[in-house]
Write a protein that binds this ligand. Sequence first.
Ligand SMILES: Cc1ncc(C[n+]2csc(CCOP(=O)(O)OP(=O)(O)O)c2C)c(N)n1
Ligand code: SF4
Ligand SMILES: [Mg+2]
Length: 295
Amino acid sequence: MPKQETVTYDRIKGVKQIPLEELYTSGHRTCQGCESAMVMRDFIKAAGPRTVVTGSTGCMYVANTSYMTTPWIVPWMHTQLGAGGSSAVGMAAGLRALMRKHKIAPEQINVISFCGDLGGGDMGLSGISGALQTDYDLLIVLYDNESAANTDIQATGMTTYGAQTTFTPPGKKHRIMQRRWKKNVAGMLAVGHPTCRYVATACATFPPLDFLNKVRKALAVGGPTFIHSFDPCPKGWDYHPRYSHELGPPRPPPAAPRGTRTRRAVTLSRAHRTKGWGGAARHPWGWTRAQDGIG
Ligand SMILES: Cc1ncc(C[n+]2csc(CCOP(=O)(O)OP(=O)(O)O)c2C)c(N)n1
Ligand code: SF4
Ligand SMILES: [Mg+2]
């Protein structure tokens, strides 16, 4: 096997260092305010053009590749709903074999596979587990919009407790899916896969640069890596698209009653500690549909 050229990824320290080149560009039909589309745009920006992408069925396949159009500038392949992990392994193995046989130059080509919370967190979990037990250089990005969004917002194993979806409608009768806790896929994969080199959770838009740098770190570390991104979805979560970037950050925990000694479960960013949400009335969840201007 010829020695591969390695690429070192520099940490992006400020917005001015973000690459200007767009490798996920116009030509898609995702909803206004779609954070999952930001995930696609950001990971490929961080990875650069020497990348092949494979993506499983879901919004990020269907809305991104309407007939004869695509926003992808890099080589891209659609794969079956539960095949995020296996397609990444196949892609990485194919590239390694071509390099070993001197059919292509030995250089670092990033393999990034994306999947949704149903495709990756439920159906394709075994494939991802298998991929993380290999020694291939691959990154799996699970974009989590907390529903099967593409097929009209059905609950998945990663939907939040009590959420309203087409499988879990409001009303007096509660289905089992309405009262189960969100599956912790990143934690589960991290503790169970010693061969996995890097696991992270992120939000595409907050804190700024965080997701880009986590993608870069994963690619620089090499080996099988995994990132779970938390993606507000205006259509599924029923809020105005302008709030997408505000819904990603962790929410401050509720204030404890006076005199109670507490430890903060969530580490808040400096911006939130100093500015908070700008008053309860401004918090996105606190706005009514009329105030939002929707319907
Ligand atoms: C084997 C299989 N079962 C069902 C479907 C129908 N289907 C297409 S996309 C989708 C939802 C995928 O949900 P998720 O992975 O969370 O991605 P999202 O749509 O939320 O982006 C379903 C059920 C399919 N394509 N293949
Ligand atoms: S339904 Fe949600 S995830 Fe799908 S394109 Fe619209 S905003 Fe994005
Ligand atoms: Mg989903």
